[in-house]
Design a protein around this ligand. Sequence first.
Ligand SMILES: [Mn+2]
Length: 365
Amino acid sequence: MNNKIINNFKSYLCPPGAGVFTVNTAKERKDSLYKSLYGSSENVDEKWKLSFEKLESAKGSVLLGVCSDCGGGIQRGANWGPLFLRNTLLNDHKELRYHDIGDIRVIPHLLHDKYLNEGTIQSCKNALYQEKDSVYPVAPLSITEKCCNDIYEHYKDVGIFAIGGDHSVSYPLVKSWIQNKRKDGKKVGIIHFDAHTDLLRERLGIDLCFGSWLTHVLGELESPKSCYQFGIRSSGKDRAYWENEFGLNQYWAKDVKEIGPQELAKNVTQELLDQGIDEVYVSFDIDAIDSSLAPATGTPEAEGLFPHECLMILKEINSKIKITAADMVEIAPLVGNDKAGSDSTLQVGASISAYLIEAINNAHN
Ligand SMILES: [Mn+2]
């Protein structure tokens, strides 16, 4: 057993669904999750820690919650995504297999360690690890990157499926995945579903946020040509601008409908194969989906993609190219204060997540 790595997990992670730091809020939802995961809501911490032993022989999807929405900027609330989506996954997709490793410990006022002064870092290390000189990072994006590197460096038969959080969490998730795949000699690409391009260089002086994460991982790819975006429809600039400026491929929601999802995905798959791509990462912002079905998110947009169109694209690509890691971000279940809208958002999010988790499982057979 890899004790050092397991100690790392025990230090910077917490049990599934516990990533939002509360005392009593959402207690019923947590209890229901623990009953499904561990049989009861007693001694959760102990059971969660024991579950790391099974990681040694795990193959396929490792589920990780990142309850950070500090990188969001318009309407927050995606910090509740990991707890709520897990419950929907367990209810609606009972047959699904994955190893739930838990949540990143989140200090909700922090984003990345590089924005912090020494005094803040020490007091946060003290709060999280009871040690002001701890070697662990303290801000959610920094901890997430450390966690992903620990997983990819020590467990070769798994891929991470992460639940956000706002879209900034994809920065460490995708960066770590690309760097570790490239170390293993793999050629990799990114498939990104979103209503927005997420291609700002910075927003109000902050370079890592929900609107800019992709800009800062594109450089990790051998070529930006191996990144494909689907569902874009809310942008101040047109498709040609983004493609020329960044060198990636963009298909707006209207392009998907004009060309047809199947036909489009066939062409994209062939292009990826021609580039020699072995594996792709899928980053899925729930706002790619039409706001009639997925209103519980920070920036819902009408005239979007429908779940069957997204699944058609994913299935076509995955018929030839492995999906070895993925994320589902920006589900904010309490936004909109509308139970039907929240349920629908969670159901759609869970059905696409279930497909991605299966795909990651199949890739690690
Ligand atoms: Mn996004």
